[in-house]
Write a protein that binds this ligand. Structure first.
Ligand code: NAD
Length: 251
């Protein structure tokens, strides 16, 4: 198998693939011959990604819509995926939200918004996807945590908690699903240039870069390449791990 056919014949669902890291992962997986399934809050959100993949492969990928903070919508989406593809090999739990709040300003609504997508959405998708992986010969689940879930950050207590929980989910699911051959790993990116960080000041970004040994922000492609590694046979004996994609920020 060549290095551009790492996911040949694999069916891969990437949540939040309308933009940013999820879009890049979906496109890199498609370049590696995966049959990619796109997901967005609405189908329209994913049309740009679908077009990019059609340009790469000649086929338009299926797109499914669901608000991941709404469990009935998530269940309905997996029912429809099952009807269309019958089985899954790879799930990338990428969709996520960030809301910065200082301690004292974190409301129940903030917690609900952040946890319902980052933590509960991830866990619901993992449960439903694992049922569709029974016939897969090399199933792999990749959860997007964050370096903030590993080391914390002032102003990001709720987000850090939601992403630390993703690491707990990853370790527990790796233990429980390992006997079925399902590998479960997490990615913990540092600051990656996407819409999610556009609210940050130049000063905050400058100081982050100064603390990063590789001296730059990450790109969505840096994260996508790590996802490709964890999705493919290149990581066949790796499970329960959190791979930091942070330019050495935390070593
Ligand atoms: P982004 O904001 O560009 O993309 C987030 C995606 O999640 C979008 O496609 C969005 O539609 C989807 N999403 C959000 N809420 C949703 C909901 N309720 N239902 C369904 N989909 C929903 O951000 P990104 O930077 O590409 O982030 C992707 C993942 O990487 C997230 O989990 C994020 O927490 C994580 N991450 C990002 C960074 C960074 O610096 N950008 C760093 C560490 C971790």
């Amino acid at each position: 198998m060549g290095l551009t056919t790492l996911l040949e014949n694999k069916v891969a669902l990437v949540t939040g693939s309308s933009r940013g890291i999820g879009k890049e992962i979906a496109c890199l997986f498609a370049k590696n011959k995966a049959k990619v399934i796109l997901h967005g809050v609405t189908e329209e959100h994913c049309q740009a990604t679908a077009q990019e993949i059609e340009n790469i492969t000649g086929d338009r990928p299926p797109v499914f819509a669901a608000n991941l903070s709404d469990l009935p919508q998530v269940e309905q989406m997996f029912k429809e995926i099952f009807k269309q593809v019958k089985g899954l090999d790879i799930l990338v739990n990428n969709a996520g939200v960030l809301e910065d709040r200082l301690i004292g300003m974190i409301s129940a609504d903030n917690l609900e918004t952040i946890f319902s997508v980052n933590t509960f959405g991830t866990l619901h998708c993992l449960q439903l996807a694992s049922r569709l992986m029974r016939k897969s010969t090399a199933p792999s689940i990749i959860n997007l945590s964050s370096i903030i879930g590993v080391q914390g950050a002032a102003g990001q207590t709720a987000y850090a908690a939601s992403k630390a929980a993703v690491i707990g989910i990853t370790k527990s699911a790796a233990k429980e699903l390992g006997p079925q051959g399902i590998r479960v790993n997490a990615l913990a990116p540092g600051l990656i240039e996407t819409n999610m960080i556009e609210h940050l000041s130049d000063r905050a970004i400058g100081s982050h870069i100064e603390n990063t040994p590789l001296g730059r922000l990450g790109s969505p492609n840096d994260v996508a390449k790590a996802a490709l590694f964890l999705a493919s046979d290149l990581s066949s004996f790796i499970t329960g791990q959190t791979l930091q994609v942070d330019g050495g920020l935390r070593v």
